[in-house]
Write a protein that binds this ligand. Structure first.
Ligand code: PMV
Length: 349
């Protein structure tokens, strides 16, 4: 078999070139129509399509180098993971990349998040999107956006949406091999620059039930789950059209409803899954009240206690002022529609 190093050798003027290192940065994304439930666990194929906004304020940078390592080394936010779920997910993902690129070298992976990890702020989405781009490049693959989103999907479903810019739709697809389940931008960031998501961090604790386990349990034993699936097409249509027409009320109202329906399915599984804490609920009540009193805003919550407030740029200062009156808020991160995943030159090691 021709070795990757040999490919470089011939490509780069007979110079023995062993530089298999790349760095990528990817933004997190927050879903307006949520993905909740898989139809294939191995290929990470979803039960339903979803729509998200790529968030410019929350990102992961990742450097991958394939080389003379005895085993894969994975460092996240300065902490080395030598075994366990995170380590296995990352090395399992790299096995997919190695197989595609026909290489055998182990890798060193260093990642840096600028948001709390695993607390419901989509760090796995930005993490696997950055890993997909950095590792595929470092392995000598040259994937297009569609292929990259399908690769990122294998790490974490929502990561498929962090490859694209602005507003992104991830198609459920019908094929058992997943070749029609990918994400693409439906509107670039310049289409609606006034759109905002305020990520309100109410706890930095790692969530007890990861979304992977939570959705599997919901699909397996929630009697409301079929209702969730039955209403998704309508939500997708309303939100897709709302984004195209920049109809904020249409997008905000339906996103909030979609979020509550997802949480209703989680809460009604056995045992119940409740990701909210008292501050989550206090913020939800406040947003509903502000909205009734001419401060247009909506909320959405993922598999964790953090609240994301959907609003327009002009209302950010007033909302931030009101949030200051609520106790137990650790941080508010303002996100506008952001870039898709990209390569950068500054390696992390
Ligand atoms: O892809 P995962 O395993 O991070 O699951 C994401 C699930 C939600 O955040 C709750 C919804 C979504 O579409 O992002």
């Amino acid at each position: 078999m021709i070795q990757r190093n040999d490919v470089y050798k011939y490509k780069y003027f007979n110079f023995y070139y062993v530089y298999m290192k790349s760095t990528a940065v990817a933004n997190a994304n927050i879903a307006l129509v949520k993905y909740w439930g898989k139809r294939d666990k191995e290929l990470m194929l979803p039960q339903n399509s979803s729509i998200s906004m790529t968030c410019d304020g929350m990102s992961t940078a990742t450097t991958v180098e394939f080389g003379n390592y005895k085993k894969d080394i994975f460092v996240l936010d300065g902490r080395e993971f030598k075994q366990g779920t995170e380590y296995n997910e990352v090395t399992g993902f790299l096995d997919i990349v190695r197989k595609k690129a026909e290489i055998k070298q182990k890798a060193k992976i260093v990642s840096q998040n600028n948001m709390p990890t695993a607390a419901g702020l989509a760090s796995s989405a930005s993490g696997f999107a950055a890993l997909a781009l950095a590792s595929s490049k470092a392995a000598g693959l040259d994937l297009n956006e569609k292929e990259l989103s399908m690769l990122a999907r294998r790490g974490s479903g929502s990561a498929s949406r962090s490859i694209g810019e602005g507003f992104v739709e991830w198609y459920r697809g019908e094929k058992p091999d997943g070749l029609d389940s990918y994400a693409e931008s439906i509107a670039f960031k310049e289409h609606w620059p006034e759109f905002r998501m305020l990520a309100v961090v109410v706890s930095k604790k790692e969530k007890k039930i990861k979304s992977r386990a939570g959705m599997a349990q919901t699909v397996a034993n929630c009697s409301l789950y079929p209702c969730w699936l039955n209403t998704i097409e309508d939500d997708l249509k309303i939100i897709r059209n709302g984004i195209k027409k920049k109809n904020f009320t249409q997008v905000g109202e339906r996103s909030q409803l979609n979020c509550l329906k997802m949480h209703a399915t989680m809460m009604s599984t056995t045992p119940p899954i409740i990701y909210w804490n008292p501050t989550t609920i206090e913020i939800m009540h406040s947003v509903i009240e502000w909205n009734e009193n001419e401060l247009e805003s909506y909320f959405t919550v993922d598999a964790g206690p953090q609240v994301k407030i959907i609003c327009l740029k002009k209302n950010v200062p007033e909302i931030e002022k009101r949030l200051k009156k609520i106790s137990n808020i650790e941080r508010v991160i303002e996100c506008r529609p952001g870039d898709g995943a990209k390569l950068i030159h500054n390696h992390l090691f």
